[in-house]
Design a protein around this ligand. Structure first.
Ligand code: SAM
Length: 494
């Protein structure tokens, strides 16, 4: 093949510069300061591994002809037996053959970055930035070669493709990857694989390439932020103990200032089915004095007032941002107070105390219950509303999942009733309310949580046990999950 090529281009001699370890029908020769990339057309099973054949590579090179550090294309020829592109030879050694200090590496990467930016500007994405393809000369000039994986695209897409690449696997994806790794290891251990001399040093991209060839579907996923590079077992150990990383991963302290912005957009907050049950159980009467604890954006107070405008309404909360969402025209008496210490509220002052979705935030449940009891008149009513796991078998999932949302107490109906019993409330009664088809996306998007936590919680829903999915009656709709959520409303009399 090379001899025919020599005749075609009238070359006296040439030296073999590179040949693929796996694909011997693909070689690169140098003669007279020109590089000849030659492919034997009689047998090139690797053609499907490449984004471009030689003709495509040649036309891409023509598009970036003025970019310094990219080979200038001279000629393209095709015969019945072989195909060849001729390019100007660029100075330097592949980065993979060099040992470079961090300072030199910094210069090399900076120069490479400039080449990639220039390519991106022309809408060209190289797609194969590996040390073998980066040439570094003694004067530190840098060149990028081998454009057979290059593609034409838009500027922004090219930027993303040049600079980012990361793998995201579901639990099942990891199993598939492990199985394929073990399969390949059996055959290639100690032998060359892809671009590596031995399988043990193979590029993970070559493993993916092989898997794609086998028909294993791989998809693009967008990772918006928050990742850690784990290349080695040491990196993995570090990731496990890097508390800063783990803390970033699990941010749980609820930031009510942040949550206040989105709170009223939460579907469950506005659901009449739940609010009307709280209102019905509360049964407010004319001229009664009502206190709503952890009133937030005032949803419960508003619903109660609609039912009975002639009562006197008070609300307390620890977050001014949440209280600021309540229109002054409602005429509620609002103040900043923690449920564990209702300082300034007189003993036996209220006919009714309500608390919806607040008690799971209590730092001290006993003190919170003591305070409710203290401020209620004898014969006064306490209405407590809380969310529950859908059944006992889902408690572990519920607790694990909420670990990524906030520090919270998990209540089953029994736990709530026991709070009332311990506090010596009488005539305890309860109702269960199910909110059907609640959107997981709506909940997470309006939770004020960091993206990473949202991502983890979402994934936990997709990966959870079938029994949990059934308990929540999960329906998978496009990118969302519709679920049935369980709430308890408990009433007790002082
Ligand atoms: C999930 S929201 C519920 C708001 C309202 N009750 C509702 O049903 O729409 C929880 C509210 O409890 C408040 N909160 C959290 N911890 C509290 C505490 N220790 N004392 C009083 N309020 C608290 C938060 O600021 C927030 O407004």
């Amino acid at each position: 093949m090379w001899q025919q090529c020599q005749t075609l281009f009238n070359i006296e001699s040439g030296t073999l510069l590179w040949e693929s370890r796996n694909f011997l029908f693909r070689k690169v020769y140098v003669a007279d300061n020109l590089v000849y990339k030659v492919v034997d057309l009689s047998y090139d099973p690797s053609i499907s591994l490449r984004a471009q054949d030689l003709a495509g590579e040649f036309s891409i090179l023509k598009l970036c002809a003025e970019v310094a550090g990219v080979p200038s294309p001279i000629a393209y020829r095709k015969t019945d037996e072989f195909e060849v592109i001729v390019m100007k030879r660029l100075p330097g050694e592949p980065l993979s053959n060099l040992t470079v200090g961090w300072f030199r590496m910094f210069i090399i990467l900076a120069k490479l970055g400039i080449i990639l930016l220039r390519l991106s500007w022309r809408g060209i994405s190289h797609n194969d930035i590996i040390p073998d393809n980066i040439l570094v000369a003694s004067d530190n000039s840098v060149s990028l070669v081998d454009f057979d994986q290059a593609t034409r695209t838009k500027f922004l897409v090219a930027i993303v493709r040049q600079f980012f690449g990361i793998v995201k696997c579901s639990g099942r994806g990891i199993d598939i990857l492990k199985k394929n790794y073990n399969r390949l290891q059996k055959y290639y251990s100690g032998k060359p694989f892809g671009q590596a001399g031995v399988f043990e040093k193979a590029w993970v991209t070559d493993i993916f390439q092989e898997m794609t060839e086998l028909g294993v579907p791989l998809h693009c996923v967008i990772l918006e932020r928050g990742w850690m590079e784990i290349d080695t077992p040491e990196d993995y150990e570090r990731a496990l103990t890097d508390t800063k990383f783990v803390r970033r991963l699990v941010k749980r302290k609820t930031d009510w200032n942040k949550r206040a912005k989105f709170y009223n957009s939460l579907d469950w907050v506005n659901k009449d089915v739940l609010l009307s049950q709280v209102v019905e159980v509360a049964g407010v009467l004319k001229d009664e004095k009502v206190l709503d604890i952890g009133t937030g954006t005032g949803k419960v107070l508003i619903a109660l007032k609609e039912q009975c405008p002639e009562a006197d309404y008070y609300g307390v909360d620890i977050s001014q941002s949440m209280l600021d969402k309540i229109e002054a025209s409602y005429g509620f008496n609002l103040s900043i107070r923690a449920m564990e210490d209702l300082q300034g509220v007189k003993d036996s002052d209220f006919d009714l105390v309500t608390a919806r979705m607040v008690f799971h935030h209590a730092t001290n449940l006993e003190e919170a219950m003591n305070e409710v009891y203290r401020v209620l008149k004898p014969g006064g009513r306490f209405v407590l509303c809380e969310g529950n796991p859908p059944d006992r078998y889902s408690i572990t999932f519920y607790k694990d999942m909420f670990r990524f949302k906030e520090d919270r107490i998990t209540f089953l109906l029994d736990d709530l009733v026991n709070l009332f019993v311990r506090q010596k409330f009488r005539e305890i009664a309860s109702r269960t309310v199910i909110l059907r088809d609640m959107s997981l996306n709506n909940w997470l998007e309006n939770s004020g949580l960091p993206f990473r936590n949202v991502d983890i919680i979402k994934k936990m829903h997709y990966d959870c046990d079938v029994s949990v999915q059934e308990a929540y009656n999960m329906k998978f709709k496009n990118d969302d999950i519709l679920m049935d959520w369980k709430f308890s409303v408990v009433l007790g009399i002082k």
